[in-house]
Ligand binder design. Structure first.
Ligand SMILES: C[S@@+](CC[C@H](N)C(=O)[O-])C[C@H]1O[C@@H](n2cnc3c(N)ncnc32)[C@H](O)[C@@H]1O
Length: 223
């Protein structure tokens, strides 16, 4: 990542921490922790995002813009940050405007399930950090990705049960687990797992389901 991009990431993080003093955007308030858990952690998935086909990038459940903003800056991709909490997206949007980034990075305060109306099969790559179980993520991402597009999931703790639960329904939603990588952040303590699912086929069921179902009533394999 070039010096200019790094400086912009720092400015974005500083502005988020400042805004966080007034509105709750992130529970991480300490600058050193924020450098580690927001900037460094956001960029852990950069190789996987770069491996996805060219095109639109979306960060699902973006909160204060992580990992979306650092990845947008590092890749130069046209980006949409999605979070249903309007207040969060309004603050993130105003910081993006101030930094002159809004022509590249946009925000949407729609529910992820409502996005396919406008963005069906439009995304080349999606990310999700601290959003939901993998089984829910692949269901939410599938209608938004074009064939060959990738979902890059950031996980702090992932059990083999969670992975198997997603693999059991991946055929149903037209997704396939293609890679899994462990990473250790520079504090030598924080572990991350990056899991990548590819959109390989049209879903075999009608997606999106009703708002809320993907997360509250995850799909089960069909007999
Ligand atoms: C724990 S936060 C993670 C924020 C950010 N990705 C990070 O790692 O710092 C999860 C965010 O996802 C948003 N979210 C959860 N379900 C959503 C949905 N179905 N549509 C849009 N946003 C959603 C929540 O509003 C919340 O801001």
């Amino acid at each position: 990542m070039g010096e200019q991009t790094e400086a912009l990431c720092r400015r974005y993080l500083d502005d988020i921490l400042k805004a966080n003093e007034i509105t709750n955007l992130t529970r991480i308030t300490n600058e050193e922790q924020a450098m580690l858990l927001h900037l460094e952690d956001s960029l852990v998935g950069l190789p996987e995002v770069n491996e996805a086909p060219e095109g639109l990038y979306g960060d699902l459940g973006s909160g204060g813009g992580f990992p979306g903003v650092p990845l947008a800056l590092a890749t130069g991709r046209q980006t949409i940050l999605v979070d249903s909490v309007k207040k969060k997206m309004a603050i993130v949007q105003s910081i993006l405007d101030e930094l002159g980034l809004s022509s590249q990075v946009a925000t949407s305060s729609e529910r992820i399930e409502d996005l396919p109306v406008e963005y069906e099969a439009r995304f080349a790559v999606l990310t999700a950090r601290a959003l939901s179980r993998l089984v829910s993520l692949i269901e939410l991402a599938s209608p938004l990705l074009f064939k060959g597009g990738r979902l890059v999931c950031y996980k702090a703790q992932v059990t083999s049960e969670e992975i198997e639960e997603a693999k059991a329904v991946q055929d149903l939603v037209g997704m396939k687990l293609v890679s899994q990588r462990e990473a250790l952040l520079s504090d030598r303590e924080t572990k991350r797992t990056i899991l990548v699912f590819e959109k390989v086929a049209r879903p075999r069921i009608k997606l999106p389901r009703r708002v809320g179902l993907a997360q509250k009533q995850p799909l089960k394999p069909r007999p």
